[in-house]
Design a protein around this ligand. Sequence first.
Ligand SMILES: [Zn+2]
Length: 190
Amino acid sequence: MIKAGTLEDLQDVGAYLTGHFLLTTGRHSDTFFLLARLTERPDRLIPWISLLRDKLGETGAHTVVGPAVGGIIPAYQLASAMGHTRVLFAEKDADGSMQFRRGFKLAPGEPVIVVEDAVTTGFSVGKVISAVEEQGGRVAAVGALVSRAQGALPWTVPMVSVLQLTGVRNWDPSECPLCQEGVPLSAPKR
Ligand SMILES: [Zn+2]
C-alpha cells in the first residue's frame, strides 16, 4: 500500500519523473514534477488534500485562492474539504502579473489561503499574494502539495507543504552533466 503524501505516491501516478528535463526557468534538471498526473485522479489527490488541510490547521481563512492552471484543482479540493469556504482563482495577465477576473472580489482585510501544486522559487505564489493584496485581502497562509524551495522565498507568509524535498538538483545548461553525457532533453509539460 503506497502512502499518500510521499514521493513514491507521486512516482506511482506518473507525477514524478527522472531523466533530463528543461525547466520553465530554462535550467536543466534530472527530476521533473508533473502534478497534473496527481490532480487528474481525485481518489489519489484527496488524501494529499486532507494532509494539507491538517497541516494548515486553523488559519482563520474561509477563502482559498489558486493560481491558474496548476493551483485551481488543489484549491477547489481544499475548499471542499474545509467546508463553508469559497474558492477563487487568479490568472496570468499579459504583463506577467496575476489578476482576479470573472468578477472575483475580496472583502477588505479578508484572510485567504493561497494554494499551489508545486512551489520552487516562490515567484508565482508571490504574484498571487500581490493580486490578493491589490484586492484588499490578506494572505494568512500558503499551502503547497510539493515544495522544493531551497533558501529564502520572496515573501514572508508562512507556508506548509505536504511533501518537502531538499537537494533537488538543477543546472545552468552550460554546466549540465546530462547534456555533457548526451542524454536527450525533454519538456514534459508541452
Ligand atoms: Zn542538460
